[in-house]
Design a protein. Structure first.
Length: 476
């Protein structure tokens, strides 16, 4: 069965990676992959006698404990006991963990859409007026870097490219700025607990904390974007030609009200990590609490003002605008990885890597490069399944305690994985959500990006990884 599961996963993974040539949305492939793996897993339990055929050795003790706690299953055939274990333990536990990440993303995406529908992002875009090419490059990169640490990479890229269209008329010059936005968005999201989906996954599950990300990942992320921008800025000279001003858009939302919505939305997102630190509750609780408070605020606001566009700007309408295909994609791919974890495939792969490589720096760096070819979400999900978080007792009992210490909460493996998975996707334009959306909006060709940007992105990525290695030597 293990061979079948691996073959199906690899085939599905290729379908996701080849989304554009195949012209099949990756969400559809991910859902089929995730559900099909669970069907194969469960059907194997229903047709083979003995849990040994479907459960890894590490789960056998837990399986016998489950049977002991459910006397009604004691006299049932072994295959039925194994099936009940899969349904009541594996599915429920994994779905519970995945739901925390999905609810967090739904809350965050809804808040961002709420700010956007009120024109709140004009608070930023209206203040960028320079026409000097190099100055504009660094301003856009700086804003993108920090904005993507608060918002998701996808939204930040859309906002900044919309701004570019107001500032840069020439298509090829705009490609250079758009590529810089991709670099800055991916690097900016890597060091923030709410900046990138992969970092969110690590933070929500408790593998890393905010303090660890700031301490170890912030500086490498800065290096990873500054290095390529130095080369890009050298190519930019002179001033941009003036662009005819667009007519003001008529709206019933005043400038002051847009600012209020922007600061409430962004302030709410920033509050979520603080909420987790104070209450020790899962981050999705804080995110949904902020969403609920904003919902109450907007209801009171529109009930009082009785604006013509109240229906369009209320939360029920705004929620319908969030990117549900992305949510379903995460559900499908995380459920697929959960099967590999439940069957012990990921544990076996981790053992092989430990014995053949046995260096977390090399392992994470390779995963980062792979994230430019295939989606970084399943890569990080697989890594989290391969290497569970260990405690101090497990470290002390390990054959190599120094190596095992990298997998405790805030261990170097997790922080470095956050950097590598986030920044490594910049090497190819199809390697990140930011790159794909820039490619779609600006019609950037794969070949142009690979010729002009990929080597710069790889150089920045490796320089940032080297910076992290130096931090490991200095800070421990």
């Amino acid at each position: 069965m293990t061979t079948i599961l691996i073959a199906v996963f690899v085939f599905g993974y290729l379908g996701i990676a080849l989304e554009h040539p195949l012209k099949i949305d990756k969400t559809a492939t991910a859902l089929v992959l995730g559900m099909l793996l669970w069907v194969i897993y469960a059907c194997n339990a229903a047709h083979f006698f003995g849990p040994e055929s479907i459960l890894p050795k590490e789960s056998m003790e837990h399986f016998h404990q489950f049977i002991a706690e459910h006397p009604d299953l004691a006299n049932e055939p072994l295959h039925k006991q194994a099936l009940e274990y899969i349904l009541d333990v594996n599915v429920v536990e994994h779905l519970g963990e995945i739901a925390q990440t999905l609810f967090f993303l739904i809350g965050a995406m809804t808040i961002v859409e709420l700010v956007d529908v009120h024109g709140g992002f004009k608070v930023i875009t209206d203040h960028i007026v320079t026409r000097h090419k190099r100055t504009l490059l660094w301003i856009i990169a700086l804003v993108t870097f920090f904005l993507s640490a608060i918002l998701d990479n996808l939204t930040t890229t859309i906002v900044m490219i919309m701004l570019l269209r107001k500032l840069v008329a020439d298509k090829h010059e705009r490609w250079i700025y758009a590529a810089s936005i991709v670099l800055a968005a991916n690097s900016g999201g890597a060091w923030s607990p709410i900046g990138d989906v992969t970092t969110i996954m690590l933070w929500v599950k408790g593998n890393v904390t905010v303090a660890s990300l700031f301490k170890y990942v912030l500086l490498p992320s800065v290096v990873s974007v500054v290095v390529p921008l130095l080369f890009i800025s050298y190519q930019l000279k002179g001033e941009l030609p003036a662009i005819a001003e667009e007519k003001a858009i008529d709206t019933t939302i005043t400038s002051r009200e847009r600012s209020v919505m922007f600061y409430l939305g962004v302030g709410g997102l920033i509050f979520v990590p603080i909420f987790k630190s104070l209450t020790h509750l899962p981050p999705f609780v804080g995110m949904l609490l902020v969403l609920g408070l904003l919902w109450v605020f907007t209801e009171m606001f529109y009930n009082k003002k009785m604006l013509e566009k109240a229906l369009e700007h209320r939360l029920p309408t705004v929620i319908s605008r969030i990117d549900m295909p992305s949510i379903l994609f995460f559900l499908g791919i995380l459920m697929a990885v959960a099967v590999l974890q439940s069957t012990g495939v990921l544990a076996w792969l981790a053992t092989e890597l430990d014995s053949s490589v046995h260096n977390i720096f090399i392992i994470d760096t390779i995963l980062g490069v792979l994230s430019s070819i295939v989606d970084n979400v399943p890569l990080v999900a697989a890594a989290m399944g391969m290497y569970p978080v260990v405690n101090e007792t497990a470290v002390a009992a390990a054959a190599d305690p120094v190596y095992m210490a990298n997998f405790v909460v805030d261990g170097h493996f997790w922080a470095l994985l956050s950097y590598c998975a986030g920044v490594g996707g910049s090497v190819l334009i199809i390697g990140s959500a930011a790159g794909v959306i820039a490619m779609g909006l600006e019609k950037i060709s794969f070949g142009w990006y690979m010729k002009h940007i990929s080597w710069l992105a790889l150089l920045g990525y490796l320089c940032g990884a080297a910076t992290y290695w130096l931090e490991m030597q200095i800070l421990g």
